[in-house]
Design a protein around this ligand. Sequence first.
Ligand SMILES: *Cc1c(COP(=O)(O)O)cnc(C)c1O
Length: 430
Amino acid sequence: MTSRHPETLALHAGWRRDSATTSVAVPIYQTSSYQFDSTEHAANLFGLKELGNIYTRIMNPTTDVLEKRLAAVEGGVAALALSSGQAASAFSVQNLARAGDNVVSSTDLYGGTWNLFANTLKDQGIEVRFVDPQDPEAFARATDDRTRAYYAETLPNPKLIPFPIAEVAAIGRRFGIPLIMDNTAAPLLVRPFEHGAAVVMYSTTKYIGGHGTSIGGVVIDGGNFDWEAHPQRQPALNTPDPSYHGAVWSQAVKPLGPIAYILKMRVTLLRDLGAAMSPFNAFLFLQGLETLPLRMREHSRNASAVANFLANRKDVTRVIHPEHHTGLGAERSAKYLPHGQGGLVGFELAGGAEAGRTFIDALKLFYHVANIGDARSLAIHPASTTHSQLTDSEQIATGVTPGYVRLSIGLEHIDDILSDLAQALDAAKA
Ligand SMILES: *Cc1c(COP(=O)(O)O)cnc(C)c1O
């Protein structure tokens, strides 16, 4: 299947029909438990001598199809679905870094990830060192003997400047450090594994679900990182795990393929911390995934038209969109987003924060919600909402100015989108 295209894989990978009923649609296996064939079978499953269903906290047949399909669409080897994007971010780091270790991350992050990294992981003894993604070499400078991973978002809002994936992945590979990419804002548009990333994670809540119905996340293993070659650098995968009779993951998993990273995450972090995706949500994400390629094209087309419309308005001082960058931002957009720029558009109003609030309140078609990637058009004022838990200087560091408005452009007819924006802009001017 791997030679097929993402449009085809999104519909077919990981499933043909139900073996018991011949059902073509993936059934929702709403069960917590699975009957073992024998005591020997049960012992083999628990001992990982055989892979199979034990308990839905660890795996589920509906969720398994979603995981296989997402891994195939992304070009990875295996995936782990989780209860939220936040769980995916946390697990992607905790799978490698332990108390006393550190991770180097881009400053340009989703607000929730920032809080996780700056506060909760810190409380757990994992230091996250934030560096400016303008300069890829900043990752090398922040690296020391206890750096276990690099972390960044592909198309971080509010700046919407693509991250230098290939540049930073190459630096990491010199040290034996994998690059983890949060690709939530640009599924299919950017393929981080092709640029050298080792791990890709998503909040499936956004474009993959696509309809604003469910919270979920996924971590995908690229299978392209040689953990065993870096025993000192990557102790979590190269030292005996007392919770599995001293298994060394990079070696124990070898017969199953290059899936040590993601298998360890399933059988230790998911087992112990329990952030499992429900089978029902996995079913909904499968429905979303079927039309993801179509939707990303249309989101990109509509957002591009909105950015051009805003650029021609006198009351808009700045448009933030990959096609409207200059200098380094324009170079990175050309390199990483040649086939569509995604659904996000930012802008700043001449009237500042007050005009921003009036604009949001005047919208009739756009929803005012803390989400992106819905089929419907959405708007928010980040300084007073998504980024409000950050200090003023942290807000500026992540690129949120007081008058900044973020739009997530949906799939409505472009004329209706533009007319709602025009009337709300006029209201904000009055
Ligand atoms: C929403 C989001 C997350 C967190 O995902 P949840 O599903 O809300 O937990 C992480 N990263 C990015 C880029 C996001 O947009």
